[in-house]
Write a protein that binds this ligand. Sequence first.
Ligand code: PEP
Length: 239
Amino acid sequence: MKLIVANFKMNLLIKDIHNYLEVIEQKLNKDQVIFCPNNLHIKYFSEKNYLVGSQDISFQEYGAITGDTSINQLKEVGITYTINGHSERRQYFLDNKYINKKVKLALSKQIKIILCIGENLKAFEENNTFSVLKDQIDNALKDNLNYINETNLIIAYEPIWSIGTGKIPTNSCLEKTILNIKTYLKETYNLNLKVLYGGSVNLENIDSLQEVSEIDGYLVGSLSLDPNKFLTLINKINN
Ligand code: PEP
């Protein structure tokens, strides 16, 4: 079964969430999909026993960090996962130091991590994809190996140039990059981790993406905002 993560980013209002929940009711496998709505909407999904993740956590467990949301507050409303290192967070708010701290904090609190990694267009064009990914992996995992196992960390490979742009890597490129990620994790850290693909997944490209055997699931942004389209996507993935 392929895992599917829905990242709503800053979209949707409470009325949309209620409508969304009505549309998907009884129509998906609750072990397959992890919803990552805005923090204000997490409880609506967790109350109905969907798997829920936050889009980020504060790097500190407690303290005076205005505007952040702590892991304990997020756990209280029902998350069991958190996205860490999404490229939009890396761009505006984070450096690798915080991503590394968040890995430790989340795993020590039994919250599973969806770690986003991905290269920008320049790195892709200059054939530097793998060295960027390797650095991102090393930075996140450094000193955290005691906490990590094969069920509590999932990698999401998201080329930055694919997110929200409609452009995706070719299948052979994806096959190679994801295999490189898995081989590196196995050889360096002795970890067999699931690797998801994220970036402009839609109803037009999903059949082709499904031919990439190394993809263990998908992280879906824009398309997940429409519950009917999202259900159609899940059906295509499962058939
Ligand atoms: C994302 O938000 O990580 C993402 C993959 O978005 P989109 O599907 O819209 O490209």
